[in-house]
Design a binder for this molecule. Structure first.
Ligand code: AMP
Ligand code: MG
Length: 426
């Protein structure tokens, strides 16, 4: 009799995945669709900003020397609106009306706001001096100089950074594109969620669940129709996702990877030349997970293929543990290391005994950055109980073995919320 093969640990499985995962080929992307993407190449300013000495208020451009001795009447010689170029150079005793953002006339060195002057006649303005040179003037290049690095390589593009790129004329940015993730739920018993399940049937929770997770992590979901447990149907659907006109970077298949009679998914993968990297991990829930990779062309990262267990909570835990870090690498973001999960004190004692690492739905008793926050393990009836997870912030981690945990003991925590919604921008 052959000795049973020891199952891989979570850390070993993740290392195996990351070995096959590298960033997608960078491409230029218009700013409108670059939000959240990782910038590959630093962007430098092409011009000084502001490009000219400008007024930062609505008022009158003046020569400060004219008003150095106190209240002075000046002759208004021109009106400079934003977008205009002043035609007059100010002489002694002259002023130009000027709007916010308009270039300063030659000769002027300060602007006094409309609210601080009187205008007794059409051409006369009374200014109460003294006013310091440079008052309300933004000199050319004060914000940035041509050649300055305005957004460094590796930055994640948020709204403000997109605005900065636009201001220096970078209308397209060289970024790591969003991974395209095909999602295929399999199972003869699965019906679309707009149908009432017949005898023995169950609605498809996993396609919307996985599509949501994919979007929460900045990737593009491509949901496929439900696939029956038939080898030819599986092969046909997977090959279209992998080799169609817009091939997926990642294929997520739900169901059909356990030891059941109709668990044909690994078979279908083999027939499509997807090389198995591992099948089964020492984790609960999620043990049946399958992972493989398929190289297509030289220089193009391999397509990653995940066979996720059909129970929704198992699929979710596997996504967070294994798919999320892969998506982060594909899209050029640094990945959180599996070995450095944050720990939090337990709210109540927990009795644990299992030969696999357990991930149990849990929530914070106060916001997670509150120093007094603890985690409360939520009641759940098992790996199909997605409803318990919907009110959880993530999963408390109890490593394989037997142990009594007391209230206050630190345990690892797998956050199900995307870092995009919890982390501060760097
Ligand atoms: P399997 O991994 O195919 O053996 O499925 C395990 C369990 O998950 C079974 O009870 C399935 O009915 C259930 N299941 C599989 N796929 C889905 C799905 N898309 N939505 C909800 N439950 C599912
Ligand atoms: Mg099944």
């Amino acid at each position: 009799m052959r000795a049973p093969i020891a199952l891989m640990s979570v850390a070993e499985a993740l290392n195996a995945i990351l070995f096959h995962t590298w960033p997608l080929v960078a491409r230029y992307c218009p700013l409108e669709s670059a939000l959240g993407l990782s910038l590959i190449e630093q962007v430098v300013a092409d011009i000084d900003l502001p490009p000219f000495d400008k007024s930062i208020v609505d008022g009158y451009a003046i020569r400060s020397a004219d008003v150095a001795r106190g209240t002075t009447k000046l002759l208004v010689v021109e009106e400079v609106l934003a977008g205009m170029t002043p035609s007059r150079t100010l002489g002694t005793g002259e002023a130009s009306a000027i709007m916010t953002g308009a270039p300063m006339p030659k000769g002027a060195d300060a602007i006094v706001m409309f609210e601080r002057v009187e205008r007794p006649e059409k051409d006369i303005v009374v200014v109460h001096g003294p006013i310091l040179p440079g008052h309300n003037r933004m000199p050319r290049g004060r914000e940035m100089r041509a050649g300055d690095i305005v957004v460094p390589a590796g930055a994640v593009l948020d709204s403000a950074k997109l605005g900065v790129l636009a201001s220096v004329g970078a209308s397209e940015a060289l970024v790591q594109p969003r991974p395209i993730v095909a999602i295929a739920s399999t199972g003869d018993e699965i019906v679309p969620c707009d149908q009432k399940p017949g005898p023995g049937q169950i609605r498809n929770s996993n396609t919307p669940l996985l599509a949501g997770l994919v979007q929460e992590h900045g990737a593009i979901p491509r949901p496929l129709p439900i696939i029956p447990d038939r080898l030819d149907s599986l092969i046909d659907a997977f090959s279209r996702a992998l080799d169609g006109p817009e091939p997926a970077d990642v294929l997520l298949v739900s169901g059909g990877v356990s030891a059941g009679q109709r668990d044909l998914v690994p078979n279908a993968f083999a027939r499509l030349g997807i090389e198995e990297v591992f099948h089964k991990v020492k984790v609960k829930p999620g043990k049946p997970i399958w992972f493989g990779a398929r190289s297509s062309r030289e220089g193009v990262p391999p397509t990653l293929v995940f066979g996720l267990p059909g129970n929704p909570v198992s699929g979710l835990v596997c996504f967070l543990l294994f798919v999320r870090p892969a998506l982060e690498i594909l899209s050029g973001h640094r990945s959180a290391s599996p070995h450095s999960m944050p720990t939090f004190p337990l709210a109540a004692p927990v009795q644990h005994r299992d030969d696999r690492d357990n991930y149990r739905p849990a929530r914070f008793t106060a916001p997670s950055d509150d120093p007094g926050s603890t985690i409360e393990v939520l009641p759940s009836v098992g790996s199909s109980d997605l409803r318990a997870v919907a009110s959880a912030d993530g999963f408390a981690i109890f490593p394989a073995g037997e142990r009594t945990y007391n209230a206050g003991d630190p345990v690892g925590f797998l956050d199900r919320r995307s870092w995009r919604f919890t982390a501060r921008p760097s």
